[in-house]
Design a protein around this ligand. Structure first.
Ligand SMILES: C[S@@+](CC[C@H](N)C(=O)[O-])C[C@H]1O[C@@H](n2cnc3c(N)ncnc32)[C@H](O)[C@@H]1O
Length: 189
């Protein structure tokens, strides 16, 4: 009996150590590579509604800067017919995302890659929740590469001098100047 208690205690300690190491890796990674804030559940549901409204027959979805795969995994649950390509340049984040995808048994194509080197010609939908400074370069890439009719949804950060077709505020006024988690819908002309 005592022997089994020791085994149990040992297993609990091993699990705790693994959890501690994983948390440490995630925290250090976030400090080095800038934040990896996931899209909220509320904004994810709004995104699913946008997809149903603008592109119900869409197949290929790109999550540009997918971090730990939170958004991609939730969207796959809400819209299982989508083929999801989730791209991030952090090996640690992509590895975690792949692990989660295996555990949850949701097939997503996670890839460690620079989004600016990702071929987007076949995209029906593109989602980006990125830092403001990346948006002007992303705008150029999308305008050059995407097919006509492709729907682009950005979260909070958006494109200057490109009028969105729709703007959906999912979380009101965190500051005087900004509504957090606003989704901007653009359609490639
Ligand atoms: C705010 S997080 C996005 C979270 C995710 N889309 C979600 O909603 O759950 C932004 C991610 O973009 C990634 N990123 C930034 N620049 C990138 C680049 N040039 N290529 C690939 N990934 C990039 C970062 O590593 C970070 O994980």
């Amino acid at each position: 009996m005592i022997f089994f208690a020791y085994i149990l205690l040992f297993l609990i300690l091993v699990l705790l150590a693994i959890a501690l190491v994983l948390s440490f890796v995630i925290i250090v990674e976030s400090l080095i590579k800038r934040h990896d804030l996931p899209t909220s559940r509320r904004a994810t549901r709004a995104l699913a509604d946008i997809i149903k409204k603008y592109k119900p027959d869409a197949k290929i979805f790109y999550d540009l800067g997918s971090a730990h795969g939170t958004l991609s995994l939730r969207i796959k649950k809400l819209l299982p017919h989508l083929e999801i390509y989730a791209i991030d340049n952090s090996a640690v984040r992509i590895s975690f995302a792949k692990l989660k995808s295996r555990i949850l048994k949701r097939k997503i194509y996670f890839k460690k890659q620079d989004i600016f080197k990702t071929d987007l010609h076949n995209a029906d939908l593109v989602y980006a929740y990125l830092w403001y400074d990346l948006m002007p370069i992303l705008k150029k890439k999308l305008q050059k590469e995407l097919r006509q009719g492709t729907v682009i949804i950005t979260n909070t950060s958006h494109f200057k001098n490109w009028q969105p077709t729709e703007k959906i505020i999912t979380y009101h006024k965190v500051s005087k100047t900004c509504d957090f988690e606003t989704l901007f819908v653009y359609i490639k002309k």
